[in-house]
Design a protein around this ligand. Structure first.
Ligand SMILES: [Zn+2]
Length: 226
């Protein structure tokens, strides 16, 4: 069973880790990981045609090793025009629905809007980089979505630790995002917070990944599940 890092921007050299590297349209350097998510990031939507991005996204989604669609989502704190963000997010939702892949979501101050659009598609989804109040977390996991926690777990002023403590075991993932962190440190920190062990959390996150639909997308999945 690999140690899952559900969202990172860097490849990993550790063969024990299954790291899902996030790629976005217009990214200056191509990703080099065996496993990836592909999306239209709300920060990087300054291109002329959504149709061009959708073509790229569908091509990338069809590559072996693409396990999820994302980052995708909405962000009220960025300068990207709102209409363009909605168009790009809807494009990601269409591709996720057509390819039956789960979503990795970037959501900043836009929970109502993201949940509203998600409801139309009924897709499995992970809210990555979660650092909000446990009440916001509960709203998401009660709606059937997953939360992924990372660097904010090390910040004592963040609500992330309390949100993780209150999140049911079958609803969490862990990640390093764009931080130069070792995912094993994140599992150790999360284990302290939940009064558990890194090994138990690794097994639980892997089981959650199966339930998310991620494992059906892995070639040779039996190697991982036995
Ligand atoms: Zn990210």
């Amino acid at each position: 069973m690999p140690i899952l890092n559900i969202h990172t921007h860097y490849p990993t050299a550790n063969p024990e880790v299954l790291a899902i590297e996030s790629l976005y349209f217009g990214q200056p350097t191509p990703g080099s990981s065996a496993w990836r998510s592909v999306g239209l990031h709300p920060w990087y939507l300054d291109f002329p045609e959504i149709a061009l991005a959708e073509h790229w996204l569908r091509e990338q989604a069809a590559r072996p090793g693409t396990l999820a669609i994302g980052e995708a989502g909405l962000d009220h704190s960025t300068s990207t025009p709102w209409l363009r963000q909605v168009q790009a997010f809807e494009c990601c939702l269409r591709v996720a629905a057509d390819t039956r892949k789960p979503l990795v979501l970037h959501c900043v101050k836009a929970y109502d809007e993201v949940l509203g659009l998600l409801r139309r598609y009924a897709l499995p989804a992970v809210f990555h980089g979660f650092d909000k109040h446990p009440q916001v977390a509960a709203r998401l996991w009660q709606a059937g979505y997953y939360l992924s926690f990372g660097a904010a777990l090390f910040n004592s002023r963040s609500h992330a630790a309390e949100a993780l403590r209150q999140t049911p075991a079958d609803r969490f993932f862990l990640e390093t995002d764009d931080k130069k962190l070792d995912i094993k440190q994140v599992y150790e920190r999360a284990a302290d917070i939940r009064g558990s062990t890194p090994e138990i959390l690794q097994a639980q996150a892997w089981e959650n990944f199966q339930n998310l639909g991620g494992s059906i997308l892995l070639p040779g999945k039996n190697d991982h599940t036995t």
